[in-house]
Design a binder for this molecule. Sequence first.
Ligand code: GLC
Ligand code: CA
Length: 566
Amino acid sequence: MSNENILKPLHHTNKRWWKNEVIYQVYPRSFQDSNGDGIGDINGITSRLDYLQSLGITTIWLSPVYKSPMFDMGYDIADYQKIDPIFGTMKDLDNLIVKAKQHGMKILMDLVVNHTSDQCPWFQEALKDPKSKYRNYYIFKHTDNGKAPNNWRSAFGGSTWSKVPNEPGTYYFHNFAPKQPDLNWENPELRQAIYKIINWWLDKGIAGFRLDAIMQLKKDQDFASLPADDVDGLVNGEKKDLNRPGIEKFLSELKQSTFAKYNALTIGEAYGVPAKDMPRYIGPDGYFSMIFNFDIMNPDIPDVNRWYIKNKWSTADWAKTIFDSQHAVQKAHAYFTNIIENHDQPRAVSKFIQNPKDRTPESAKALAAVYFLLPGVPLIFEGQELGMKNFKRHSISEFNDLSSINNYHMAIKNGYTKEQALQFVNERSRDNGRVPMQWDGSKYGGFSDHKPWLEMGNDREGINVKDEEKDPNSVLNFYRRLVRYRQNDRVRKLFIDGSIEQIKGLSKDIIAYTRTLDGKTIKVIVNFSNHTIKLDQPIKGKIELNSNPKNEDLSQLMPFQAVVVE
Ligand code: GLC
Ligand code: CA
């Protein structure tokens, strides 16, 4: 067997090797079904490696494929060292790691260690026997007044506490759904058990992990109630369990016991890291390699768990968030993983392009140009590269995602009509990002020959790999050009490390910036509107990328035209 074909730890020597990556997120349920059961699987992903290679990406992040009852679609893990049979076998995964490597790509796994599934044997043991050592793997509390220990609200609605069956007055804690009990990171034995599992995975030769809900490992140990912030009498639990003092101990021990030894890539799902804490989290010796830039993801809502509370926002507001957040991260000598979509979000075209009529391939390309060339490492979520859009569902029963169903009922409790509640959910549902990949224009999109686990979009004409491959100006081919351009040795370092400055004063509808390194400057200029904009002064330089090659006259920009000029 050649060296290429065996699993072995990667052990990178260059400390920040991951800066050069372009990452692609696969949501395994929805990428490619290989065995006709309507659910995407690991062998399906392996069969599409040529496609991923053609995009130019270098690392694939897999949302969870571990054994799970799938109550939260795999983010509820029942066994960290087994693959769920829906997705295949451990052999299939090992094969994917090897084949990906032959295609020049690495695999990043999803690490969900804030909580497990209630089906995890640890939790089952803890429930069975209050004296079991596994009780202390989770957070149990007893009250004498018949009430929950405090008024914290879980991310998916309702109390963070659920009653332990057959033990009156005893509760267990869950940041997310009741079927996702939180692990007790205060317990050193639990922490060691987790580190062992992580190292076992790293020994297989994966590149590292995306770290789920990682800012929530530390809960304020007073477990004190706070004043309610909604009609349910509860308060957002994040005030007491997101980025709380003491988390640094867990995060640095986690890093030293695992990732550091392999120089693994880690991307924190880290909401709530203030600018002042960035050096500690993602500076050169930070707890993680990078965090996602969520600052730019939610201009439309102030609370990611309550979709009925809205923000008004403009292109200028959004641009300000982009540049402010990048300046903060550069000041910390750190990097973001830049995203505009993931499996918890609506489709970018449907969210960031506010007028439904403007949700076109042209605006999808404009969005791509805005975020892809920011400092740091770009990530593409499956289907984003096609310009996939949300579509309208007519009843709450058409949704699968548990947070969508919770948000629907919360909105109604807050006095909205059913129609309004449905609209909030249509706009924001996590199911929008989870719709099966559109490989072709057939009934099931080339994803499966069986009815998919989640309905295909009903507004998808022309938005698929097969059709877009034929069109040189498709969203897909623009993404390919974007990746090829950014990965070119001539400019790559500039795009990763170069400084960024907003170009102001062109128009309120333009998002534009310069990237500069070692005296070389590149301009990214995007008309973020549906009208042609005449510029007072033509842009100077040579066009390297153009989303609309019909116009090469740099004294004006066509609707949603994006140009990169050297
Ligand atoms: C993260 C995941 C999300 C999941 C939650 C609970 O936010 O991205 O999909 O529901 O954690 O694990
Ligand atoms: Ca399948």
